[in-house]
Design a protein around this ligand. Sequence first.
Ligand code: SGN
Ligand code: CA
Length: 539
Amino acid sequence: MTAAKNDSFRPAVRRRVTGPVRLAASLVLAALAACASPPPQSPPATQPPNILFIMADDHAVQAVGAYGHALSRLAPTPNIDRIAAGGIVFRQSFVTNSLCGPSRAAMLTGKYGHINGFTRNGDAFDGSQPTWPRALKEAGYQTAVVGKWHINHTPKGLEFDHWQVFDDQGEYYNPTVLTAGTERIDEGYATDLVTSYALEWLEERRDPSRPFALLVHHKAPHRNWMPPLRYARRFENTKFPVPDTYFDDYAGRPAAAAQEMVVYRDMYEGHDLKMTTAVGSSELRYDRWPDHFGRMTDAQRAEWDAAYKARNDAMNAADLNVRDMALWKYQRYLQDYLATVAAVDDSVGALLDYLDANGLAADTLVVYTSDQGFFLGEHGWFDKRFMYEESLRTPLVMRLPGRIAPGSESQAMVMNIDYAPTFMALAGVGVPADVQGESLVPLFGGQVPADWRDAIYYQYFEYPGFHSVRPHYGVRSERYKLIRFYGDIEAWEFYDLERDPAETHNRADDPAYAREVLAMQAALGQLREQYRVPGERTN
Ligand code: SGN
Ligand code: CA
């Protein structure tokens, strides 16, 4: 495959100033959702576009309307779908390593973790290395990041013009917020706070004489899935379809059998599932990290308890058998996860409305993605990390009027290392030769260039660690997937995704697939060489 590094189309970065129509008063969500009719949009941009990069944390494609899964029909995401309808949906979008920190480092640098130095949560990110926000800043963009950061303590050293981030994972209610030189607790709900930080920056700090790159990083829908009070009961009467693999026996998959991420075995009943101890009580069952509930105000907690009371009392009164309890937990997990997604979707709507109301939509690339996918009960699991489809995939939709036709779709295999070269290309910044991703600009028309990649490389490192997922690497082509687990569990897995989309039949030793396995082993070796991956036990 040849690298398409020179598809930048705009050498200059100064841009025409579109007259900002200021929103009169407060920046609260409700007011923004009800924005007045937009001013006339400016003609198609002839200067580098603004970039509004919205990233959720652990948002599975199964829960994004544009991807058409049954779940998203029950829990729609109309605002994320607005981006998709006005632009392009990448249907085959993958991550290099399905974990927060490594994924973010890959997005920032356009390089795999073994090159950018960040392979596990808790690694130190070398902020002096080239990143796309720095490259755009050097080219004249104004840059800012708000929300969850989670690589290093803060973005200090990456030279953002502005940053306002949660401490570590962030908390859903009244989170600790860090800016250059300040640390404080902001009262409110994390998703709505992130929205207000973004809108405040756009309204009060944006320099209209320069293009901007604003990174909006939500904490939601990350564990422990605490919905906003306005949505705490949103799905209480919804019955979500239970995945066929919810009671998977992991036959032929020793690493899958050895994990600790089963909804009905490994979730904490208080912290994760918000289950109470007895009928009439609001005391939570086991809550490993009490600070998340502990930092709610009395008023918030009272409203919360009231919202959960009837369902918890019914569960406690029912004395469910083991299987029914497992199914009850699935419904509670999905109710809460999808309620946090609903708030993220509100946030997207508020940001899109702001662009519309301020004449910015025509000149702004809007991106919605997640740092990885997530298991929503498939194989019985929550969390991610495995190279199986639900965690390997991540949503990716983009909108850029004049450059991407509304309603476009791409079937090309794209990766999170492609984001950096895409943004650099759009900004007219040269893409350094050592960037391992490819600009997605040539895909904007929906076509797949003849020399586009036909397989992706994946590697997960963090072990021992949360959820006990063994280190592994592998290759996925359009139809097949080969995975190599290494360390204390040595195993090969091979899946025919066409015949076995749920990945429950490991065909690594099936003579019927011997030829395909060999071909995928060759592809794996070739990709490891191409991406300069060191030996499996040295990283
Ligand atoms: C926390 C979660 C884990 C999760 C990791 C990594 N536990 O430790 O379930 O796998 O983050 O997630 S929690 O109850 O404290 O939330 S990541 O998205 O940051 O990689
Ligand atoms: Ca994550």
